[in-house]
Design a protein around this ligand. Sequence first.
Ligand SMILES: Nc1ccn([C@@H]2O[C@H](COP(=O)(O)OP(=O)(O)OP(=O)(O)O)[C@@H](O)[C@H]2O)c(=O)n1
Ligand SMILES: C[C@](O)(CO)[C@H](O)COP(=O)(O)O
Length: 234
Amino acid sequence: MPRFIALIPAAGSGSRMNNELPKQYLSLADKPMIYHALHTLCHSSHIFRVFVILAPDDNEWNCYDWSSFAGKLVVKYCGGATRADSVLNGLKAMQADGSIGNDDWILVHDAARPCLTIFQLDQLIDTLALDEVGGLLAIPVADTLKRADSNQRVMGTKSRNGLWQAQTPQMFRLGLLMDALSKVNSAAITDDASAIEALGLRPRLVQSDAYNFKVTYPQDLALAELILQKRETK
Ligand SMILES: Nc1ccn([C@@H]2O[C@H](COP(=O)(O)OP(=O)(O)OP(=O)(O)O)[C@@H](O)[C@H]2O)c(=O)n1
Ligand SMILES: C[C@](O)(CO)[C@H](O)COP(=O)(O)O
């Protein structure tokens, strides 16, 4: 039986966050941000192991106590220059580990999506476990879309029909994802599904919700904090 393994690329710098500390370590509800995604993934009964991919020169990880995730957590210092490079390097490290096979499912999840829930994770796994290709969490676009010129003036309004915003986890089999990522220009793609699409395959979209948003700009931190605190008091 194929297993489900999570991979968290966490080698980014968070340049849009404008903070010296890499985004994944910024304090969120009294923990470094990456703690929250780890907590959900490590507590899922479906997930066999969780790999975290750090930058080779990361010297922040060891400043925190991760002992509550012992047993499932594996840390590798092999992040690359782009998100896709970090994921591919992580997959290679997984394969070298020897315990993960080409047919096992890999769930790639951003460290910067701290509000993922067990419910969303289960929906993804239950929908895709027998799928030929794999897929990703996503939400249909809700706002009206404008195309801008270089002066930030509207050039036109685009139809949002059939448009979805990609989230993570994105779930593909190890062998297929490695093959796909090793064939693309990693600087030209921003998610894992794009590499699968470039092979001519069509990943499935599994509907999620806006709570699983990506913390990208400084103002996003307060929203994530509110969501996490509200859950704790329930
Ligand atoms: N070279 C990189 C770049 C990004 N990531 C990871 O990919 C995820 C999503 O990326 P994003 O939100 O864009 O994070 P950053 O690249 O850190 O942010 P920015 O684009 O603002 O610099 C994050 O968990 C980030 O750490 C990574 O592992 N390796
Ligand atoms: C993978 C992702 O989170 C899906 O929305 C997103 O593409 C990451 O993009 P970024 O430019 O690295 O933030």
